[in-house]
Design a protein around this ligand. Structure first.
Ligand SMILES: [Zn+2]
Length: 331
């Protein structure tokens, strides 16, 4: 995250109408809109562009403008470059302050001598806002259904949009009523293949009442001395189902050859399974009416409506998807 912040230091002639004295004035602007408060994430790269003009014109190239923070401590300096027809440019890249809030800094053009004239130092202030980093919270590996009252696990992770390490962040899982169910801390290693998603495996228990339950997870920093971060939030749906008391055996076969289809997906919401080498999948479900959807990697999907009152067998015949190899071309 970075933001650009252009500071113009202008002379008295332009700013105040006193050509004999060099005063300075500062303007901050973004490309889109003049004089908007500039916001930047704490401790991220900050670019300052500086322009110093002078009336009447004289040589300012090589002079150094110093930047002081709110405590008067120098945070950086920029040397003025070649006159570009309008002003002398300078630039400075530095780390934004770590503390969130409004910061007012001062740009100082030091006292100097030119053409046998002594010019006093000029100082001018400008402000910008430093904000706390934003963290996003992610939830994954949540089972599609859990037997009411039984234990299950899922993953929770958090990521700082500025790329901070979020190890030891504390997470809290709340139920629909806002009551904390469990809590813990994120681990010290990022999730596989990600740069900065710090995560934990959460052990929880499905609500006793069957149905879909909406839980929320909050994650927050435990490092009071660290960079400022906003708390992150995520939601997750937990579906509690009654204990399965029936077995549904689904066999997927190719209609033309009557051979078993391996790797077919069988969905009986909220249950799922995949057929093995024998084309068979077994799903434990509770009694009820189901729409069974069977789809093979190279076959057209088939839908079967079934009322399950006991152990049940379904034989599904799937037609090969005979679309030509370049089918996608015609879409
Ligand atoms: Zn951060």
């Amino acid at each position: 995250m970075s933001a650009s912040n252009t500071i113009k230091v202008r002379p008295a002639a332009e700013a105040h109408g006193f050509p004999e004295k060099h005063a300075t004035a500062v303007e901050q602007y973004t490309e889109e809109s003049a004089r908007v408060p500039i916001e930047i994430d704490a401790a991220t790269k900050m670019e300052l562009a500086l322009r110093v003009a002078c009336m009447p014109p004289r040589e300012l190239r090589g002079l150094t403008v110093r930047f002081l923070d709110g405590d008067g401590k120098q945070v950086g300096q920029a040397e003025l470059g070649e006159f570009d027809g309008d002003a002398y440019p300078g630039e400075l890249v530095l780390e934004a302050p770590r503390r969130a809030g409004l910061h007012t800094w001062t740009a100082v053009l030091p006292a100097h001598t030119g053409d046998q004239t002594e010019y006093e130092a000029e100082a001018t202030q400008f402000s910008f806002r430093v904000k706390a980093h934003t963290a996003t919270v992610l939830v994954w590996d949540v089972p599609p259904a859990v037997v009411a009252g039984e234990a299950f696990t899922f993953k929770v992770g958090a990521k700082c949009l500025a790329g901070c390490r979020l190890e030891n962040w504390r997470y809290v899982v709340n139920d629909q009523a806002g009551i904390a169910l469990t809590s813990g801390v994120l681990g010290s290693e990022p999730w596989n293949g990600t740069a900065a998603v710090y995560y934990a495996e959460v052990a929880a228990r499905a609500p006793v009442e069957t149905g879909l339950h909406q839980w929320t997870i909050s994650a927050s920093s435990t490092d009071a001395a660290g960079l400022p971060h906003q708390d992150g939030y995520a939601r997750l749906g937990v579906r509690s189902v009654s204990k399965p008391d029936c077995v549904v055996v689904v066999e997927a076969v190719d209609r033309a050859t009557q051979t078993a289809i391996r790797g077919a997906n069988v969905a009986m919401h909220p249950y799922r399974a995949t057929t093995g080498a024998d084309g068979v999948a077994q799903i434990h479900v509770s009694k009820g009416k189901y729409r069974v959807l069977i789809s093979g990697p190279r076959h057209m999907p088939v839908q079967v409506d079934a009322e399950v009152t006991g152990d049940t067998s379904i034989r599904a015949k799937l037609d090969l998807d005979e679309a030509p190899a370049d089918y996608a071309f015609w879409l």
